[in-house]
Design a protein around this ligand. Structure first.
Ligand code: KG4
Ligand code: ZN
Length: 355
């Protein structure tokens, strides 16, 4: 079964073709066009700009994904598209494109949950490109940690689509905390990679930053850590809490910035690894999948491999941030599990969709 996956939930316009055979998935193509450069000057995603960029990019990106996979429409069995969660205007572009193609080429259509789909990137075990992939798909029962710009969550899967949410974001997601810390330090959007890069030259033991306690032990709270970074930066230059954050980057020295980045990085990732370890010990799953944009982080990979009693499964870094391959992979397993396909005439976006 060949599945075309389409993703437009935030600032990446992406499409990919996956070939599925039983439990094995092969990536035939993966095309991502990002509008991140256009958002950089604003320090975060501007929804109107993202939606307009999707309109311009969607047709060429799908065309390129089909060409790279050497597929005509007769070779595609199913279309999968992100229906939520995400930005309304952005989601609409992908869903309308997918609905049109499904009607035009008479293909079944599946609307996919983006957060769930991040996990499915790790089910891809083969590719026609140079991807770093696990040789075998994850086994059930499966523990998943999903860490992205909008979500931080732990879930326990007994089987495909049969899961219990153990804990989730109570305020800021971990990726959001990276993006806000980057802003405080005057680093470009997206914050994750830029904070990581600066952290390499800093001393992670220089300051002690708080790890929030949550009522549910598997929930995540990152707003306190973000505020602690702000207060630390203000204190480092001898100012108090009302000093404006946009003036901080010009007053902090390079070494102060690197030390703050290193301490934030170590603490933010430490929280994820501590909670995942606890959940692993309680639920004893057969596999652990760590997915989402923040799972591209070398610090997360290092801490997880050192501290966890199981070898965690990470997708290739290019499949950690938003992409069409994860949507196609989730679509493949949805189609295989005999869930009824969506009506291409009325599949709607769900911007607030939860897991
Ligand atoms: O999954 P994703 O691409 O989009 C959402 O679904 O939100 O995640 C984006 C988030 C951003 O907050 C970005 O700063 C973070 O992932 N990120 C990273 C890294 N690469 C992206 N965080 C830490 N280290 C990275 N290398
Ligand atoms: Zn995502």
């Amino acid at each position: 079964m060949r599945v075309l996956g389409i993703e437009t939930s935030c600032d990446e316009t992406a499409a990919a073709v996956i070939e599925g055979d039983g439990d094995k998935l092969k990536l035939l193509s993966n095309v991502v066009a990002s509008s991140a450069d256009l958002h950089r000057q604003y320090g975060g995603v501007v929804p109107e700009i993202a939606a307009r960029s999707h309109i311009e990019a969607i047709n060429p990106v799908i065309k390129q994904a089909m060409e790279q996979a050497k597929c005509g429409w007769e070779d595609i069995d199913t279309i999968a598209v992100t229906k939520g969660p995400g930005l309304g205007g952005s989601l609409l572009v992908g869903v309308l494109a997918a609905r049109t193609l499904a009607i035009l080429h008479k293909k079944p259509l599946y609307g996919v949950n983006h957060v769930l789909a991040h996990t499915y990137a790790s089910f891809i075990t083969d590719s026609s490109g140079s991807y770093e992939l696990a040789p075998q798909p994850p086994e059930f029962p499966l523990l998943t940690l999903t860490v992205s710009g909008g979500h931080t969550l732990l879930a326990y899967f007994k089987d495909h689509f049969n899961y219990t949410l153990l804990g989730s974001t109570t305020d800021d997601a971990v990726g959001e905390a990276y993006d806000k810390t980057a802003k405080i330090l005057g680093l470009p959007y997206p914050g994750g990679p830029s904070v990581e890069k600066l952290a390499v030259g800093g001393n992670p033991d220089k300051y002690s930053l708080p790890k929030a306690k949550t009522r549910n032990k598997y929930d995540f709270s990152y707003s306190g850590l973000k505020t602690a970074v702000l207060r630390l930066a203000q204190a480092e230059i001898g100012e108090n809490y009302d000093f404006p954050s946009y003036k901080l980057p010009e007053r902090l020295s390079d070494s102060q910035k690197a030390d703050i980045a290193a301490c934030f990085n170590r603490t933010a990732i430490g929280i994820l690894v501590d909670k995942t370890k606890k959940a692993f010990e309680e639920y004893a799953p057969k596999s652990l999948v760590i997915s989402g944009g923040v799972s591209a982080s070398p610090e997360l990979r290092r801490q997880a491999r050192t501290a966890l009693p199981i070898v965690p499964i990470f997708a290739d870094p290019r499949l950690c941030t938003d992409n069409g391959a994860m949507i196609a992979a989730a679509g493949y397993f949805t189609a295989r599990s005999k869930i009824t396909s969506d009506n291409p005439k009325d599949l709607d976006i769900i911007p607030g969709l939860s897991l």
